[in-house]
Design a binder for this molecule. Structure first.
Ligand code: C2O
Ligand code: CU
Length: 485
């Protein structure tokens, strides 16, 4: 479709298959979707070395606008990092902002000192060079800043990107995997702009900022030209507070093939998938030649009482991405019936059970303290975490270092979309989740990992705790903020 094809509708009564529906603003589908470039690492002594520089730039996101944005190796967002299981990687992260930040590898299993949480601050002008060996299944992970108290602002301004992991299991399956062609990053964020097109970051409500403009990979009103029968969308909710219930404007079914930590056991046919901030889903959508459909976020039930759901945007209908299929499509292999093997969680091996209550921007009545270790976990053990939201606000729960299994939602087995590896999960009010976690390999008594609500304003307000992983009989160390050298 040409650049002249512009649809502008307001309100949710029109049912144009091309979409362009938004209950909070206008959507003009007229920009080709930007696909973040794949980072080009260099190989040095058996290590794959990536370079990322956090910098200030300017972006014209809305027509005629001129926004100050932050990006990595560019003005907005960053390149897609990609590595294979077994590979050793090093990321040289240089901070050219005029304030300190960090870069956290969300979903990654790695030593705590390489995690990029609030203890690995990178001062302006400095370079931080974590190194680790990729040792987990193929997955769509991501990276973003994590400076305590400022994570929401740093992510909202544009720092973040995808970190795709590959492995032999995934590579052997007939899945769409041509990056930017039939395997598409879909980084979804909501932002607000003033009349001059500058980012507004002061419209914060109870749960943080809810924007009125949805961007994909930094593009407003994005169009994806579909050239294959099957297209794999790697959906990432990189919003700071908004949850999405993704589906298509014509209600077509899609197949979900992966959650946060990798492939599901088998493709799951769905019409909606909810992603709260930080969560990912890989979905595969089939299109016929010449047709269009729109990836849409539908109104959703977050389990909140009426008065509370207004500040979450849960009632909004938002069109996100127009998919426009070419007149002739490349053939795609049928999706395999089986994807990955996920061993059932072994409850008999649980060494420790912990309980976490999220309430009033606190976890277990404590507000985040950089100098306090909340939990000490023994390496190579299995734990059960009972997590619940004792509050009338939406929260979710993210744990660093591990991919966990959701064992039960209020005592019942989880729905299929929560049946695979997860690192972030929605926590409706009054609901109790039972999570199974296994902590392997990396012990360091001196450097903690985080768990927290991934609504970033809540996290910044203190809804975060710290755990260290230690060798048996090792004592946790003394914490203090460590600076890069
Ligand atoms: Cu996506 Cu602790 O973060
Ligand atoms: Cu929260």
């Amino acid at each position: 479709i040409g650049t002249g094809a512009t649809m502008t509708l307001t309100g949710c009564d029109a049912l144009d298959p091309r979409g362009a529906i938004s209950t909070v603003g206008r959507v003009d589908f007229r920009n080709r979707l930007h696909v973040p470039p794949l980072a080009e690492p260099v190989r040095r002594d058996g290590v794959t070395v990536f370079d990322l520089t956090a910098q200030v730039g300017r972006s014209a996101i809305v027509p005629g606008g001129d926004a100050e944005t932050w990006g990595l190796n560019g003005a907005l967002l960053g390149p897609t990092l990609r590595a294979r299981r077994g590979e050793s990687v090093q990321i040289d992260v240089t901070n050219e902002l005029d304030e300190a930040t960090t870069l956290h590898w969300h979903g990654m299993h790695l030593p705590a000192a390489a995690d990029g949480g609030p203890h690995q601050m990178i001062e302006p002008g400095e370079t931080w060079s974590p190194r680790w060996r990729i040792d987990q299944p193929a997955a769509t992970l991501w990276y973003h800043p994590h400076p305590h108290g400022a994570t929401e602002r740093h992510v909202y301004r544009g720092l973040g990107g995808l970190f795709i992991l590959d492995d032999d299991t995934e590579s052997a399956l007939p899945l769409p995997r041509r990056y930017g062609i039939d395997d598409i990053p879909v980084i979804v964020q909501d932002k607000s702009f003033d009349r001059r097109g500058r980012l507004v970051d002061t419209s914060r409500r109870d749960n943080g900022m809810i924007g009125d403009t949805v961007l994909v990979n930094g593009t407003a009103g994005p169009i994806l030209e579909v050239t294959s029968q099957l297209t794999r969308l790697r959906l990432l909710n990189a919003s700071t507070a908004r949850s999405y219930s993704f589906g298509f404007s014509d209600d077509r079914e899609f197949s979900m093939i992966a959650s946060d930590g990798g492939l599901l056991r088998e493709p799951v046919a769905l019409k909606r998938v909810r992603l709260t901030p930080g969560e990912r889903a890989e979905i595969v959508v089939r299109m016929d030649p010449g047709e269009t459909t729109t990836l849409r976020s539908y109104p959703q039930d977050l389990g909140l009482s009426n008065g509370r759901s207004r500040s979450t945007g849960a009632a909004d209908t938002l069109d996100v991405l127009l998919l426009d299929a070419a007149g002739r499509l490349d053939p795609s292999a049928a999706l395999p019936a089986r994807l990955a093997t996920i061993a059932p969680f072994d409850e008999a091996s649980v060494a420790e059970t912990r309980e976490f209550e999220l309430r009033n921007n606190r976890i277990n009545r404590e507000s985040m303290d950089m100098n306090r270790i909340d939990d000490v976990v023994t390496v190579d053990t299995t734990e059960l975490w009972e997590v619940w939201n004792g509050h009338r606000q939406p929260h979710n729960f993210h744990v660093h270092d591990v991919q966990f299994q959701v064992l039960a939602v209020d005592g019942s087995p989880p729905p299929p979309e929560l049946s695979g590896w997860k690192d972030t999960v929605y926590l409706p009010p009054d609901v109790r989740l039972r999570l199974g976690l296994r902590f392997t390999r990396y012990a360091d008594p001196d450097v903690p990992y985080m768990y927290h609500c991934h609504l970033l304003w809540h996290e910044d307000q203190g809804m975060m705790g710290q755990f260290v992983v230690v060798e048996p009989s090792q004592e946790p160390g003394d914490l203090g903020v460590q600076h890069s050298h």
